[in-house]
Design a protein around this ligand. Structure first.
Ligand code: VGL
Ligand code: ZN
Length: 199
């Protein structure tokens, strides 16, 4: 019997319009996600959770501007405006997100020197968050993703979930993308090729 979980990715103020890294129409997905939360027996939420001065912030690299890329020991890293700093209101969930039913909250990006898009691994693709083990121990076989941003945290999480052997759905209506240099189309193609069901 398939056992399903909904994973709600980074529905935080800084990723909504007016936020530090606002995704266009990012807040439109909140009522859709609230309905999904009611339908699923198991809900996990993720929260981007950076210390001040995080290595993914352009402001941590003199002379660099947001959305430029730099080489890190673990590969290329896009630089972002300061966002989702631990304990700030920008890092809070959108006020209308009905997250109280969530059984697990996964925080990511809290290590100062490595970014984390995926809910499963840091961007070094080696350091696990523990989510895969949690889902496996709970005997969850199917995961459905919704949230922000389609082409970053949602896509990287979905690809890692496939790698871990889960059946993976991404509900595109319940996601919004950043779309940097064609990233939305390229990550959608990558997800489809990897075997993610895009709905
Ligand atoms: C995200 C960029 C930086 C995301 C998080 O949630 O997609 N994107 N940090
Ligand atoms: Zn981040």
């Amino acid at each position: 019997m398939a056992k399903e979980a909904l994973i709600v990715v980074d529905v935080q103020n800084d990723f909504c319009p007016g936020g530090a890294l606002g995704v266009e129409a990012g807040d439109e997905i909140v009522p859709i996600i609230n309905k999904l939360i009611l339908r699923f027996d198991h809900v996990v939420v993720t929260q981007d959770w950076h210390p001040a001065g995080h290595t993914s912030f352009a402001s941590s690299h003199p002379g660099k501007a947001p959305f430029e890329s730099i080489m890190m020991p673990y590969g290329p890293q896009t630089l972002w405006p300061e966002h989702c700093i631990q304990g700030t209101s920008g890092a809070d969930f959108h006020r209308d997100l009905e997250w109280t039913k969530a059984e697990l909250l996964v925080r990511k990006g809290f290590r100062p020197h490595v970014d984390s898009y995926s809910a499963f691994y840091e961007n070094d693709h080696k350091t696990p968050t523990g989510l895969a083990g949690y889902l496996r121990e709970r005997e969850i076989t199917n995961v459905t993703f919704a949230g922000l941003a389609t082409d970053y945290c949602v896509a990287y999480s979905a690809l890692d979930a496939i790698e871990h052997g889960f059946a993976v759905d991404v509900l595109l209506d319940a996601c919004r993308g950043i779309d940097l240099g064609g990233s939305l189309a390229s990550m959608i193609t990558k997800m489809r090729k990897a075997g993610v069901t895009l709905i």
